[in-house]
Design a protein around this ligand. Structure first.
Ligand SMILES: *[C@@H]1O[C@H](CO)[C@@H](O)[C@H](O)[C@H]1NC(C)=O
Ligand SMILES: *[C@@H]1O[C@H](CO)[C@@H](O)[C@H](O)[C@H]1NC(C)=O
Ligand SMILES: *[C@@H]1O[C@H](CO)[C@@H](O)[C@H](O)[C@H]1NC(C)=O
Length: 379
């Protein structure tokens, strides 16, 4: 189902606003952030690729809540990474495709591309599937190596990597969507992708650790079965009676997260000097669905804010958010899902808060309260 591709991309040709203004608060111990991932993290790469440059998030109403114009982020405002850099007082990392010189990259780089898979085209070819965009973790890793070369001597590179925070993921949603969106491969078969995806994440982690990374945050899989897009398009008869989410897809995400955590435990044993943290996106998002009011969301947390759909999920593939005749809801902060695929800024803020809170002894201590307050996390 080729149309899927267009909708997973984050796009726009406008300059990225520097949220954090580069002023490091007291206690900051990182000089910048290096990130890898897909449209949940892309802050401006896919709009600079010919294949993806004119996708939905290059147009209004993307960006309407925070930046007030489209920035290439697949949301009405900020992404989880924006809240994390804001809390840590770091500059916004330069999207890799928007930079050239060492000076552009010294304070961090964002390699994430909307639509990116963890796995490369060969994996999909051999299964009769086609990735949405020509970018996988293999490309993002080779871009990282290119940046390292620019940054100077090996000694200098290692010094910079040791002072940076690494964000590796979320990745894998698109690997599953390439198959599930086609509706030719079911959740059962897609379970066989899990070890391959986890191995691809491991390979990036091994690469950044070898380059000198000391602090790495690894976000896991989201509850796929609660995504409006999959609820609208994936044929299933296996729904959770309490939430209305597709159980077999949530079980797939849980399997992914168990495998990912098993791999992270091995890496921690192998590299005791490196802090390898896990960001539990699954629990954060599942909590929105189970208790929407607790977070200020409406009672229908499975419906998208923006789109041209009718029915329970407000999702229609041929009337995607931003297309003629579609509209955004009046108040995106009442919705978990922005466009049926990506989260609203409000949801991203809560996800960032949950991530910062759980990992605060390593990431934030001793100025946790101040940093959490800065991004608007509840006490
Ligand atoms: C969907 O699956 C069919 C059968 O495996 C394959 O021929 C087709 O190329 C797939 N399409 C996409 C977009 O992956
Ligand atoms: C990613 O890597 C593949 C395989 O080397 C290549 O064909 C593709 O063009 C690369 N993508 C980009 C955007 O450079
Ligand atoms: C989806 O959108 C298209 C284009 O606007 C429209 O023709 C179609 O009826 C819509 N389908 C549903 C189920 O709303």
């Amino acid at each position: 189902m080729a149309p899927f591709s267009r909708f997973l991309l984050a796009v726009a040709l406008l300059p990225v606003v520097d949220v954090a203004a580069g002023v490091a608060p007291r206690g900051t111990r990182y000089s910048g952030i290096f990130s890898f991932g897909d449209s949940l993290t892309d802050t401006g790469n896919s709009l600079r690729l010919a294949a993806t440059g004119s996708g939905p998030s290059s147009r209004p109403p993307y960006g309407e809540t925070f930046f007030r114009h489209p920035t290439g982020r697949a949301s009405d405002g900020r992404l989880v990474i924006d809240f994390i850099v804001e809390a840590l007082g770091l500059p916004n990392p330069r999207p890799y495709l928007a930079g050239k010189s060492a000076g552009d990259f010294r304070r961090g780089v964002n390699f994430a591309v909307g639509g990116s898979t963890a796995l490369g085209p060969d994996f999909f070819d051999s299964r009769g599937l086609k990735p949405f965009v020509p970018v996988s973790f293999t490309n993002q890793t080779s871009w990282f190596k290119d940046v390292l070369q620019l940054l100077g001597s090996v000694h200098e590179q290692r010094r910079m990597m040791a002072r940076s925070l690494f964000l590796v993921g979320e990745i894998g949603v698109n690997d599953y969507l390439v198959a599930l969106g086609n509706n030719t491969v079911g959740a059962g078969d897609v379970r066989t992708f899990v070890p391959h995806i986890v191995a691809a994440v491991r390979s990036v982690l091994t690469e950044v650790i070898a380059a000198g990374a000391r602090t790495i945050l690894v976000p896991g899989m989201i509850p796929l079965g609660c995504e409006p897009q999959l609820l609208a398009l994936y044929r299933s008869s296996d729904y959770d009676p309490e939430t209305g989410c597709i159980s077999e897809l949530n079980h797939l995400a849980e399997l992914h997260n168990r495998a990912l955590n098993g791999m992270l435990r091995q890496l921690r044993r192998a590299h005791p000097g490196v802090a390898i943290l896990y960001a539990d996106l699954y629990t954060a998002v599942a909590d929105f669905i189970v208790s929407p009011r607790k977070y200020g969301f409406r009672d229908k947390p499975l419906a998208a804010c923006c789109g041209g759909g009718k029915g329970a999920y407000n999702f229609n593939m041929t009337a995607f958010c931003g297309a003629a005749g579609t509209a955004a809801c009046a108040d995106p902060s009442e919705f978990v899902s922005w466009d049926g695929v990506h989260f609203t800024e409000a949801a991203n803020r809560h996800i960032a808060c949950a991530t910062l809170k759980i990992n605060s002894p390593t990431l934030l201590n001793p100025w946790t309260a101040e940093a959490m307050q800065r991004v608007g996390c509840a006490a």
